[in-house]
Design a protein around this ligand. Structure first.
Ligand SMILES: Cc1cc2nc3c(=O)[nH]c(=O)nc-3n(C[C@H](O)[C@H](O)[C@H](O)COP(=O)(O)O)c2cc1C
Length: 229
């Protein structure tokens, strides 16, 4: 008789979706949810902005326990993360690097690493949303930088990186109401002096067929990786 549990029948969450985007129903959220949907597995989606937690304090209080000693909502997050074999993590790129919630989440999962390598063997997929397309003169390649940060975390933790997708999101200045007149507007900073809120339009993940296809492929990849474990 096979000893392999049939995870497709499991009642436990098999894939956790973690969004660092605080924006309601953001592109990041929807892309993560689409990937989760395509896993066909039991999933849970969480938004880090619903939790209050600090970055790692490097106190090393977790060394002997494999548990973080800080008393905040990352306790709930780490309980969820510890249990799942796979996850999708998504962040966005304020000031051309990974957002602070996603970064703090990654840091706090460090507690599982000592001796036991508690994060090793998990399967991960990442989503990065940036408002600035690559190649704009004078602006760092935000998505590439953030993607490297998440990729490096996975590598250091022994997480199997199954792939990543990059979305073009929206600079907040397109919805603040002053995007065309503000001298500090990201609309002009990214798209040039002549750009307006109307001329650059709103980027919507679902309207990009290549991205929705990629989300499907990543979901299916996660499914396969979880079921063969
Ligand atoms: C304070 C702030 C600073 C930002 N700075 C950058 C930036 O430097 N580069 C960039 O590509 N996007 C920047 N963004 C835009 C975010 O990347 C954008 O909100 C994201 O693409 C939207 O993703 P979402 O639709 O998933 O929320 C910034 C956003 C905020 C709120």
């Amino acid at each position: 008789m096979s000893q392999t549990p049939d995870l497709s029948e499991s009642t436990e969450v098999q894939v956790l979706g973690i969004s660092g985007s605080p924006i309601l129903d953001s592109n990041t959220d929807r892309a993560i949810k689409r990937i989760l949907l395509h896993t066909g597995l039991r999933t849970e989606f969480i938004k880090l902005s619903d939790y209050r937690f600090s970055p790692c304090r490097a106190c090393l209080g977790c060394v002997n326990l494999n548990e973080c000693v800080l008393d905040d909502d990352a306790r709930d997050l780490s309980r969820k993360f510890r249990e799942v074999p796979a996850f999708v993590i998504g962040g966005y790129t304020p000031y051309s690097s990974l957002d602070s919630r996603t970064k703090a989440f990654m840091e706090r999962m460090y507690c599982f690493r000592h001796i036991s390598g508690g994060n090793a063997g998990k399967k991960g997929v990442s989503v990065i949303t940036s408002a600035c397309p690559p190649g704009v003169e004078g602006i760092p390649p935000a998505a590439e930088i953030a993607g490297q940060q998440v990729g490096m975390w996975m590598m250091e933790e022994g997480i199997e990186n199954l792939g990543s997708m990059t979305l073009l999101g929206n600079v907040p200045c397109i919805r603040c109401g002053r995007g065309d007149e503000c001298p500090f507007s990201g609309v002009k900073m990214i798209h040039g002096e002549k750009a307006t809120v109307e001329s650059i339009g709103v980027n919507t993940f679902e309207e990009n067929e290549a991205l929705t296809r990629q989300a499907k492929e990543l979901g299916e990849k996660l499914r396969e990786a979880v079921l063969v474990q």
